[in-house]
Design a protein around this ligand. Structure first.
Ligand code: FE2
Length: 375
């Protein structure tokens, strides 16, 4: 009987900025009549205390060796500006590797490189070069590529399997991280991330529906990227033994009608194609963030979408949250169980991330897919 187990921590939407605890600084444009709408719509900086607590939490989890992978499913920075991305880098990457002192204003998360996976979200690709104009609409134009420059050599490591598609002027990387079964005999767990950020404003839908710059929160399930994601998935499913494969998209592939009215501008255009591909290829779970809300959506037989809340982004309403996910494989079936952690005040300890036992863990079971290896 095959038995394998894995545990990952899923965090998202850190929105790290050069200054903490400020919701609207980046977008402060004096006298702009839409500033209030901007502020309500885009909460764009990290909560300093939650970020420090998260670093303590992750360091402890990794020290106890109870975690196989920490996944950050996008929006590591508030915008694709150098100063924001470098702050996010200070949080994610070991100061020894960066060759710089740990910053007093930004703790290091304490996750070893081989246990860390991260990817860009829409905020990480807002174009910094337009920032100087200080107009919101231009500053959040998509398709920024500074993320790729700042994190070169850190985002993708030599052991990863990588697909790369060029859409417009941008590279869209598909990165597969392998988590090896501790018993040394398969199945292994592969987590594959795909970047569905917009490559131009023209790809957006419904501009002006609620805000003039609806493109800020939208993604597009580019068909070329899905095709490459499927190709990589099939390669992994054709290895000598069956493996677990899950996908990560910063944008949860909800259909427009499944989103709350105030979240429609956060849609993934073409979500149905990503869903069809996931179902067809036996993908049990798509992990996402972006909505800043804990959500589960079951839309077919095999695939569910598990969306985590924002972990350190300032938000006045929703709690800061993360997920702990445990995978068990037995006789060709995978069971995944998801626990929610919230940033809460604990008497005598202050605020910290704790498992929320009031929220029932979600669980989902599906069958491993295995193709005959080609000879
Ligand atoms: Fe996002």
């Amino acid at each position: 009987m095959d038995i394998a187990s894995f545990r990952i921590i899923h965090i998202s939407d850190l929105h790290i900025a050069s200054k903490a605890n400020i919701v609207s600084r980046f977008f402060g444009s004096n006298g702009d009549p839409d500033v209030k709408a901007y502020k309500d719509f885009l909460q764009t900086s990290h909560d300093k205390d939650a970020t420090e607590s998260l670093a303590g939490f992750l360091t402890l989890q990794c020290r106890n060796e109870s975690v196989d992978l920490v996944l950050v499913s996008g929006d590591v920075a508030a915008a694709g500006l150098h100063q924001h991305l470098e702050m996010a880098q200070s949080f994610l990457i070991d100061p020894d590797e960066l060759g710089r002192e740990e910053r007093s204003d930004m703790p290091y998360c304490g996750v070893p490189k081989d246990h860390l996976m991260f990817m860009p979200g829409n905020h990480d690709r807002f174009q910094p070069q337009h920032f100087t104009t200080r107009t919101m609409a231009e500053a959040i134009e998509p398709d920024g590529i500074l993320f790729d420059d700042v994190f070169a050599g850190q985002w993708i490591s030599p052991d990863d399997q990588v697909g790369q598609i060029i859409v417009g002027r941008s590279h869209r990387n598909i990165v597969a991280k392998k988590i090896t079964n501790k018993s040394g005999i398969g199945p292994d767990l592969y987590v594959i991330s795909a970047d569905f950020c917009l490559t131009s404003i023209d790809e957006a839908e419904g501009i002006g529906e609620r805000l003039p710059f609806a493109y800020a929160g939208q993604g597009l399930a580019h068909k070329e990227v899905i095709a490459d994601l499927v190709k990589l998935t099939k390669e992994i499913q054709s290895k000598e033994y069956p493996n677990i494969v899950i996908w990560v998209s910063h944008f949860p592939p909800f259909l427009e009608k499944e989103l709350d009215a105030d979240k429609r501008n956060l849609r993934l255009i073409g979500a149905k194609y990503l869903r069809e591909a996931a179902e067809k290829n036996g993908i049990g779970i798509i992990l996402s963030g972006h909505l800043h809300a804990d959500k589960t959506l079951s839309f077919g037989v095999t695939t569910q979408i598990w969306c985590t809340g924002a972990t350190t982004c300032m938000d006045f309403i929703l709690p800061r949250a993360l997920h702990g996910i445990e995978f068990t494989v037995r006789e060709g079936m995978v069971e995944a169980k998801r626990y929610t952690y919230e940033y809460k005040r604990i008497p005598g300890e202050g605020r910290t991330f704790v498992r929320c036992d009031a929220i029932e863990p979600d669980s989902h079971t599906w069958e491993l897919v295995h193709h005959k290896p080609s000879v």
